[in-house]
Design a protein around this ligand. Sequence first.
Ligand SMILES: [Ca+2]
Length: 279
Amino acid sequence: MSLKSISTKRTAALIFAGAALSVPAPAVFPDNPTNDYKAVGMIGNVTGKTFKQNGCGVAIAPTWVVGVAHVGGNVFVEEKTVYPIIKKITIKLKDGESPDLALYQLAKPVPYQAEFLNRPLKTAEIKNGAEISIVGYGNTATLRGDGKGWDPAKGSEGVRRVATNRIDLAEEDRYNIGTAASPKWKTSDAIAYDLDKPGDDSFSSLGGGATSKEGGMGAKDSGGGWFINDNGKPKLVAVGASVGLLKGAMTSPYRYGGIGFGVYLWSYRDWIGKTAGLK
Ligand SMILES: [Ca+2]
């Protein structure tokens, strides 16, 4: 399946964003395994003794996980323990397109839960590129020989990794999580990063300055957590949703200049709180 769709950018040119599920090669890259962020787990299907990973999710309460609508499964795996999913809930809007956001209710409680950032992002954090940590279980990637970015590496999924980047902008992210024949459009309030090359801002598409572990995410990282350091504590601000690229500027969202979008959770805090019964 290969989907290409349009994301409307409020601030400048059009971005063409492919829904993350349509990208065949997954990755949180570079290859930085982490023991932190234990509330980020895998979502997938258990059939008999076989587990197939479809994406990620982040536990936000003992029996609730937040993720994206285009990922599903019958289990959430946190720290190698399997928790059956009872129910997946998405937002139903009367008017307009619903966001690519989902909540999963678990059959039994998980030990680790993430904390939300309990305030909106400040204008300065978006304008000045606050650093984020992107966490997921997709494959990693290797640097291209031509120095133009990354190539996802197959067969290395199932490891929790963290990459860093900066928030370059906040905008709506719109894409089709269905098929061309039977489209299911989603429009989410989102934040976005671009992939920068260390020491060379000429590839930058949204704002220069590579971070120490500059990287991003891909298909099976959908639903993974994006965290901001808030007074020394990692706070969840978004769940990874899609990758894309500037029209005509490049050929792969994994090359430098490629863009990743995360669903901005503050916009949906009322629905999340009400649905999951958070205090
Ligand atoms: Ca960047």
